[in-house]
Design a protein around this ligand. Structure first.
Ligand SMILES: Cc1cc2nc3c(=O)[nH]c(=O)nc-3n(C[C@H](O)[C@H](O)[C@H](O)COP(=O)(O)OP(=O)(O)OC[C@H]3O[C@@H](n4cnc5c(N)ncnc54)[C@H](O)[C@@H]3O)c2cc1C
Length: 478
C-alpha cells in the first residue's frame, strides 16, 4: 500500500503543503489541515494547484458528476465551521424511484437522518440560463479554503518529485514543498512522477448529459425524486435522472458505452414516458469513475486522497473525499508525514474502504442478477411496497435499497441488513405469492400488476410494463 522507508518526519511552523487539485478532496484536505494546524499551534503554508475556474458553465468549470450528496456528509463540515449555503443546493431529494423490468416503485426517505441534496459541481450546464448567484459546490469549497488561508494557484501541475525535497512543477514554475498531496481525481491528464511509481486507480467510463425543462417542467417530469433505471439492455448497468431545479442530470454506467448510448437510454419507453417529447441536451461529458485504489496511496512526504487515492465504489465519492482528506490531514499534522506515519494513521481507513468495497461489489453483483430476472425483482418490489405501512425504523428492505442508491450507509452495514431474517421471510412470502399467480413464467415483454398501495405506500402505479431486451438507437449522441 505504500512506498518509503523513513523515520517519522513532522511538519513545523513555516512548512509548505502542496495540494494538487482543488476538487472536494483537495479543498477538504486544505480546510482540515489548516483547522488541525491551528489546534496544534502550527502556522503552515498551504497551496492548492487548480487550473479549473468553477464559476464557468459547462465541462470546463465542472468536475463532472451527478451531484448527489447525503446531508449527513455536509453536516460533518461543521467540524471546520462550514455550512453549505442555500445558493449551492439545487434540490432536496425526498424520494428515489426504482424502475425495473418488473415495475417501478417510489421509495420515500426511510431514515430521519438520510436526506440527500443535489448540487452542480461547476457553474451549471453549458446551454442553461445563467444563475444570478454562484452555484458551484466545488467553487464554494475552494473559496472557503482560500478564505481560511490557503493560497490557490490556477495552474496545472505537470510533474512531481519527492527527492531530495518534494516539489511540484507547473508550466510556469517549480514550487518546493514539505508534503505533496495528490487530489487530482481520475479525470486528469497524466502527471509525470519523477521518483515514485504512482499507478492511478482502475476506472470505468460513464456518460452524462443535462436537460433543462424549467423548474416546473422538471417538477412535472421527475418530482423531487431521483429516478434509477435498471434496464435489461445488456450493456447498461444503471441510469439515473437527478432533478436539479430547472434542469436534470442523466448519468449512465455501463460495461461499454458506445456513441448513441444516451439517446438510446432516453428512448427507452420507461424513460421516455417521464419526459416531454424532443428534449434538448444542454451539456454532456464522458467522465471516468474510480473503481479501485491507486498504488501507492502514500510514501514519504506524499499522500493521495479522494478519487486519486481510494474511494467508495459507485456511490458517495464526495463523502469518501471528505473521509480520506480529513484522515490524511489529521495524520500529517498530529503523527507525521513519513510513509510509516501514513501507514499507521491513514492506512487503516484505506483498508476499511477497500474491505467495504468488496461487500459493495457483492451487492452490485446481486443487483445485476436482480436486474435481469423478473421472477426475483417482483417479490422484492412487493416486499418493499408492503413494508411502507410499518414505522420507518422497521422498513429494512427500503433502508437497504435507499442505502444502495444514496451511499448513506456502509456496504458492510447494507450486507448485514440484507441478512436480516424478517427480510427473507417477507421475500419468500412474496416469491411464493408470485409463483401462485404464475407471474414468474411470464416473458420480458409481459405486463404485470403490482399490488395495490397500502396506507401511503410508495407504489406509483398498478400496471407495469416489461420491455424488450434491446432498443435500437434512434438519435445519435453528440
Ligand atoms: C458520472 C459520475 C457521477 C457521479 N456522481 C456522484 C454523486 O452523485 N455523488 C458523489 O458523491 N459522487 C459522485 N461521483 C464521484 C465524484 O465525482 C468523485 O468521487 C469526486 O469528485 C472525487 O473528488 P476528488 O476531489 O477526489 O476529485 P475531482 O472531483 O475529480 O477533483 C480533482 C481536481 O483536480 C484538478 N486537477 C486534475 N489534474 C490536475 C493537475 N495536473 N494539476 C492541478 N489540478 C489538477 C481537477 O481540475 C479537479 O478540480 C460521480 C462520478 C461520476 C464520473
Amino acid at each position: 500500500m505504500h512506498s518509503g522507508s523513513g523515520d517519522s518526519v513532522r511538519l513545523r511552523s513555516g512548512s509548505h503543503i502542496a495540494i494538487i487539485g482543488g476538487g472536494p478532496a483537495g479543498s477538504f484536505f486544505a480546510l482540515y489541515a489548516l483547522h488541525y494546524a491551528h489546534q496544534a499551534g502550527l502556522d503552515l503554508h498551504v497551496t492548492i494547484f487548480e487550473p479549473r475556474d468553477f464559476a464557468q458553465a459547462g465541462p470546463w468549470g465542472c468536475n463532472m458528476c451527478a451531484g448527489l450528496i447525503p446531508l449527513r456528509v455536509l453536516r460533518e463540515l461543521t467540524e471546520v465551521g462550514l455550512l453549505i449555503p442555500e445558493r449551492v443546493v439545487r434540490q432536496r431529494i425526498s424520494h428515489y424511484t426504482l424502475h425495473t423490468a418488473a415495475g417501478r416503485i417510489c421509495l420515500p426517505q426511510p431514515d430521519p437522518d438520510g436526506d440527500v441534496i443535489s448540487v452542480y459541481r461547476g457553474g451549471g450546464p453549458r446551454c442553461a440560463s445563467p444563475w444570478p448567484q454562484p452555484i458551484s459546490f466545488d467553487g464554494y469549497l475552494i473559496g472557503a479554503a482560500r478564505d481560511r488561508g490557503a493560497r490557490v494557484v490556477p495552474e496545472r501541475v505537470v510533474a512531481v518529485g519527492l527527492r531530495p525535497r518534494p516539489y511540484v512543477e507547473t508550466r510556469q514554475a517549480v514550487y518546493a514543498a514539505d508534503l505533496v498531496v495528490l487530489a487530482a481525481g481520475v479525470n486528469r491528464r497524466a502527471i509525470d512522477f519523477h521518483d515514485l511509481c504512482y499507478q492511478p486507480p482502475p476506472r470505468q467510463q460513464m456518460a452524462q448529459t443535462e436537460i433543462c425543462l424549467g423548474t416546473e417542467g422538471v417538477q412535472r417530469a421527475l418530482g423531487e425524486s431521483v429516478h434509477i433505471f435498471l434496464p435489461r439492455d445488456g450493456s447498461l448497468r444503471f441510469g439515473t435522472l437527478v432533478p436539479k431545479g430547472p434542469c436534470f442530470n442523466v448519468s449512465l454506467l455501463g460495461d461499454r458505452l458506445p456513441q448513441g448510448t444516451i439517446a438510446r437510454f432516453l428512448a427507452l419507453p420507461e424513460v421516455a414516458e417521464l419526459l416531454p417529447e424532443g428534449v434538448v441536451r444542454a451539456c454532456g461529458c464522458r467522465p471516468r469513475i474510480a473503481v479501485g485504489p491507486a498504488r501507492p496511496l502514500f510514501a514519504d512526504r506524499f499522500v493521495a486522497v479522494g478519487d486519486a487515492g481510494i474511494t467508495r465504489l459507485y456511490k458517495n465519492g464526495i463523502g469518501s473525499a471528505l473521509r480520506t482528506a480529513r484522515q490524511a490531514a489529521y495524520t500529517a499534522i498530529f503523527h507525521g508525514i513519513a510513509a510509516k506515519d501514513f501507514a499507521a494513521g491513514y492506512g487503516p481507513l484505506c483498508r476499511q474502504i477497500a474491505w467495504d468495497n468488496r461487500a459493495g461489489r457483492f451487492l452490485f453483483a446481486f443487483t445485476r442478477v436482480f436486474q435481469h430476472h423478473q421472477w426475483l425483482t417482483l417479490p422484492h418490489l412487493r416486499s418493499i411496497a408492503s413494508e411502507q405501512a410499518l414505522p420507518p425504523g422497521e422498513r429494512f428492505h427500503s433502508r437497504l435499497l435507499w442505502g444502495m442508491f444514496t451511499g448513506t450507509y456502509s456496504y458492510r452495514g447494507l450486507l448485514a441488513m440484507a441478512c436480516y431474517p424478517k427480510l427473507h421471510t417477507s421475500l419468500l412470502r412474496h416469491f411464493l405469492d408470485s409463483l401462485a399467480r404464475g407471474e414468474t413464467f411470464r416473458h420480458a415483454g409481459a405486463s404485470v400488476s403490482l399490488i395495490a398501495p397500502r396506507r401511503g405506500s410508495g407504489i406509483v402505479r398498478g400496471q407495469i410494463h416489461g420491455y424488450p431486451r434491446e432498443q435500437p438507437p434512434s438519435v445519435v449522441d453528440k
